[in-house]
Design a protein around this ligand. Structure first.
Ligand SMILES: Cc1cc2nc3c(=O)[nH]c(=O)nc-3n(C[C@H](O)[C@H](O)[C@H](O)COP(=O)(O)OP(=O)(O)OC[C@H]3O[C@@H](n4cnc5c(N)ncnc54)[C@H](O)[C@@H]3O)c2cc1C
Ligand code: SF4
Length: 584
């Protein structure tokens, strides 16, 4: 039996950056909010003294429990999808703060080209340049319109950075200066400049100095401990939802965060969402939490699973191109759009590789988005090239040149020799949507509570492969200029297929935004067109993947959505009918 609880103003699935931002803004405006979070309660104190590589980077303690809920994956429409059960292949967020706790903190903005990709592509190259089957579309919003929300997120998350010489205009500088410079970073920067490129320091959510954000939350200065990615920060120096937006919401006394609350469905009458139905996984009891507005902030896979399972919106059908829920799934896929590049080995140089931070490094934006002229290139969109000094931890790091045997005396000798004599440059590429890459419900597999799993189908196109090859070639060029004596260069083959790895957490689409209900599920406030009190927020609303890490852009759209929620709670109606200022 489902027990019905007392109605609140807003109920939110998920306590990551998106759920946290919505909760902070709504509670500051005086509304009562309940967050339902499937994972355990986590506080910063839980991370003290836990720089334990085996526990967090091998046993993935902070990640989604894939034996209870996961996705199924296939790399073409004619194959059977198989559940992803190993965290080596999916590092999705699970507890209070979501993946925003174990993220790196690289904090780029996406580009003006991204938001108007269709119009700008047609304007510069003509319609024929868009490949057949590519379902790219404008987002219904421009960079200038979303810019104030970028600024808001950057100030909340203590972003430390310097201006990108090729970047779009900013209303203000970063709230903190960039992180420390190191010999490794200087070597990359010097080489990139010598080649005529425009390197700049990666903006980071690892704070370069102690800083208090506009909500009054203090983020400490980073100590470059190198245990950033996959770990919570025990120094309180990596901006995360626990120490920022959730703390802000909690201070108002108007937020209740319920852990171990696994959301199964949205309850609704076809026109209006009534609340969320969830199971308390400690007791097995089922509850309905009614609310005036319902916010899906459970990351792309949960958001789309809930919409499809709750029968909200028309599911996308790749055969006819009809329907919208599940359409335009994209991502930074492991073997194609990230973690590809060139590793250089140096005989006469040593580096302090044991120190670093998730967002520390230098980036080149010359080939990002449409910065390069694509007239004579066989792909659209671009790639970003960076050197990042994450820090080399003991278990994971024993890179050796390709000509070293994979085991034995020689391997041991070289892994010790090269531990502090190798650097990696990587390319992160855009990925354009295509009609055969989408999300739907799996016909076979179910989660631990009996709900169907979400099925992911990813087909790479020739364009994606060519873009990746170009990115790797650029990494090789810069590494050569840096003076590496030997190089391991990743090979992108013409027949590369999706490898079922969801390692990055950079995934998008399925409930995409747009200017009209004909081509989108939500408006630019992440409000469902056909169910106005339902907000579907996060990467699920992005119609394609830019070539930068996504969280600043996700945060910006979450702030915009929260502004829309407050307006909706006051006045109701569709927020996209008129700009908010005109409604005021
Ligand atoms: C290892 C790693 C490194 C990263 N580094 C970077 C980086 O350097 N820069 C960058 O920009 N991005 C980075 N990211 C991506 C970044 O973490 C995400 O973009 C961001 O955390 C997304 O926030 P979110 O709130 O949308 O989702 P999440 O953080 O995933 O939050 C969703 C929450 O919803 C909960 N939830 C899901 N389903 C249910 C359900 N059914 N019931 C109840 N609760 C549910 C989850 O437990 C989770 O807490 C990284 C990600 C990973 C994994
Ligand atoms: S590198 Fe800095 S931000 Fe990252 S965990 Fe260590 S102290 Fe925290």
């Amino acid at each position: 039996m489902v027990k019905k609880l007392k109605k609140v103003d807003a109920v939110i699935v998920g306590s990551g950056w998106v759920g946290g931002i919505a909760a902070a803004e709504l509670t500051k405006a005086g509304y009562n909010v309940v967050i339902l979070e499937r994972g355990k309660n986590k506080k910063h104190e839980d991370f003290i003294g836990t720089k334990d590589e085996l526990r967090y980077s091998r046993r993935y303690e902070l990640m989604q429990e894939l034996n209870k809920d996961t996705i199924t994956s296939r790399n073409s429409m004619d194959k059977e999808a198989i559940p992803v059960r190993n965290n080596m292949n999916a590092r999705l967020g699970n507890n209070t703060g979501g993946a925003g706790v174990h993220w790196n903190g690289m904090s780029f903005r996406w580009m003006p080209y991204d938001f108007e990709i269709y119009s700008k592509t047609v304007e510069r190259y003509g319609k024929d340049k868009i490949p057949k089957g590519c379902t790219m579309q404008d987002w219904g919003i421009t960079y200038d319109e979303i810019e104030p929300y970028f600024d808001q997120y950057e100030k909340t998350a203590a972003i430390s950075g310097e201006e990108n010489p090729l970047g779009a205009s900013r209303s203000d500088k970063y709230p903190n200066p960039p992180m420390k410079d190191t010999p490794n970073i200087r070597l990359f920067t010097k080489a990139a400049k010598a080649l005529g490129y425009h390197p700049y320091r990666i903006p980071s959510a690892n704070a370069s100095q102690t800083y208090t954000n506009p909500d009054g939350e203090t983020i400490n200065g980073c100590v470059y401990c190198a245990f950033c990615e996959e770990y919570g920060c025990d120094f309180g120096a990596k901006a995360d939802p626990i120490g920022t937006v959730l703390k802000t919401a909690r201070k108002t006394g108007k937020m209740e965060l319920r852990n171990n609350a696994f959301v199964n469905r949205v309850s609704h009458d076809g026109k209006k969402a009534n609340g969320l139905i969830y199971t308390d996984t400690t007791t097995g009891e089922d509850f309905e939490q009614p609310a005036d507005i319902v916010v899906l902030a459970g990351f792309v896979f949960t958001n789309i699973k809930l919409l499809l399972h709750s029968k909200i919106g028309q599911p996308y059908d790749p055969k006819t191109g009809q329907g919208i829920i599940g359409k335009n799934f994209t991502g930074h896929f492991n073997n194609l759009s990230t973690y590809i590049g060139a590793r250089g080995f140096f005989e006469d140089k040593k580096f302090n590789n044991f120190m670093g931070a998730g967002g520390m490094g230098s980036s080149v934006g010359d080939f990002s988005g449409d910065n390069e002229d694509h007239t004579n290139l066989n792909y659209l969109h671009g790639y970003e090239v960076h050197y990042s000094q994450l820090g080399s931890r003991p278990i994971a790091n024993n890179s050796v040149p390709y000509d070293t045997p994979g085991w034995g005396k020689e391997f041991k000798k070289n892994s010790i020799k090269y531990y502090n004599r190798n650097l990696f440059i990587t390319a992160q590429t855009g990925f354009l949507p295509n009609k055969n890459t989408y999300l739907d419900l799996d016909p076979t597999y179910k989660d631990a509570l009996g709900n169907p799993l979400l099925r992911v189908t990813v087909e790479y196109t020739k364009q994606d492969i060519e873009r990746a090859k170009a990115g790797v070639a650029r990494c090789e060029e810069i590494m050569k200029e840096m003076g590496a004596d030997k190089m391991n260069v990743d090979i992108v083959r013409d027949d590369t297929v999706f490898d079922h790895k969801f390692y990055t957490d950079h995934f998008f689409g399925g409930a995409i935004m747009g200017a009209t209900p004909e081509n989108s599920a939500v408006n630019t406030y992440s409000q469902m067109w056909n169910m106005e009190n339902l907000f579907v927020v996060g990467g699920s609303s992005f119609p394609h993947t830019g070539n930068y890490n996504p969280t600043v852009t996700i945060g910006a759209f979450a702030y915009r959505a929260a502004e829309g929620m407050i307006k909706f709670l006051k006045e109701g109606g569709n927020l996209a009918v008129k700009p908010l200022e005109e409604n005021a």
